[in-house]
Design a binder for this molecule. Sequence first.
Ligand SMILES: [Zn+2]
Length: 228
Amino acid sequence: MDIKYSLKRSRKRKKTISLQIGNNSEVTIYAPYYTPVKEINRFVEEKESWIDKAIRRQAALQVSPQEKSYVTGENFYYLGQLYPLEAYFEPLENAGVIFWNRRFFLNCPANAEMKKHYFISWYRKKALQYLTERVDFFGSMLNLKSGGVRISAASKRWGSCSEDNHLSFSFRLMMAPPEVVDYVVVHELMHIREKNHSSKFWDLVVEVVPDYQAHRRWLREHQHYFNL
Ligand SMILES: [Zn+2]
């Protein structure tokens, strides 16, 4: 038998053996005080495939966190840091999202779609401001002229560069740390020069962002937190 468990015997428990799976996949068996080990092991053996399945289901949940529920205390990423939300509804004030004093404030009726909409428009607005500024900064530093900046809602494609050098960035990029955002900006700007991912392209990127691989990794490892 492969399943490791900790055993809690109880004098109060009458007949049944039960089990619990904790947050870190630890298995706890609760048994009446005088239950023989043999019987406990048989119980665990019988439940083995069920336990296995439950542990795997739990691990999958940790990799792909659920959608946001926009409740007070929930955290949201902004430029690589998590900030808590305060959700309320005050009909006499403007509805929408405000970021103030390291906190998100959401004034909105109890409607999940509306709350999501307000958050997305907040991120979009920030993204257009912030990314236009970074594109201008690196554009003049590298002497690369973009055809303009657009904001998309893509969930895996952080940025793109069109034939006529329009740069698109996902609003979700505003959840990543500044150095990661800068890497994506430099990446797309370099496509003005090289419209492919050849080694020549990566040579240009690495000159400006020597540790770009760490930033790519960060995006791969965190993208599933950027659902709204
Ligand atoms: Zn690219």
